[in-house]
Design a protein around this ligand. Sequence first.
Ligand code: FE
Ligand code: FE
Ligand code: ZN
Length: 283
Amino acid sequence: MKNKFYIGCHLSSSGGYTGMARDALSIGANVFQYFTRNPRGGAAKEMDPADVAEYIEIAKKNDFGPPLAHASYTINPCSKDLRVREFALETMADDMERLQLVPGAMYNFHPGSHVGQGVDDGITLICGVLNAILKPEHKTLVLLETMSGKGSEVGSRFEELARIIDGVELKDKMGVCMDTCHMSDAGYDIIGDLDGVLDEFNQIVGLYRLKAMHVNDSKNPPASHKDRHEKLGEGTLGIELLSSVINHPKLCHLPFYLETPNELDGYAAEIALLKNLRKQECG
Ligand code: FE
Ligand code: FE
Ligand code: ZN
């Protein structure tokens, strides 16, 4: 079974959708991720229909994969503070409305930090936000990112992701984005037993929910709960593992997004490296 290799990275959205599409082409990417707004929070730029239309042209012509919109990581849907939760809810609801204009987009977010309330309450609050923002007419899939378990982060265990999805009414709108750095930092032995970790995910969440993969090396050893991304091959995961990830028969159909500490030229080099490592039989 042949799959197209969808590979790209996180890009600055300052040039709009057209700017991101052009940047992607210039570095050999056919997918990209971007922040829906300034990561420090605040207002999102107005959607420019002409910009989106031009992006759609470029994406069609070059057979791009799904654009991955990343929510600001300053939002916390399971904060102790009601106003912080309301801000997360309003921000996410607004992001979802904007993304209605972007065909095939997916929306990735960090489930949040329970800040001492405990995982159970955290999950209840996250489900509350998701149930408030998701509408039947939404075309965008919402992805929970697998987290490293830094501080009181929810979502570093597959069980927690499964419980969040379980508490969402419109389950068909939900998916998962794995992050290689986060999973290793969380204590999943992807280095020694990638197959075993995928089997575990399949049993607990279901591989059919897996829609995207963040490909990052990690500055820290397994189970460190740190979340510091490293350039490919320069961290504790190593290029051999990252090559197995992009070539794994259960993963190779996914779009892959780099979030390594790089500028465009560094991303271009990593994308070229992964294209070289991509096996023929994966397509
Ligand atoms: Fe993330
Ligand atoms: Fe990530
Ligand atoms: Zn991270």
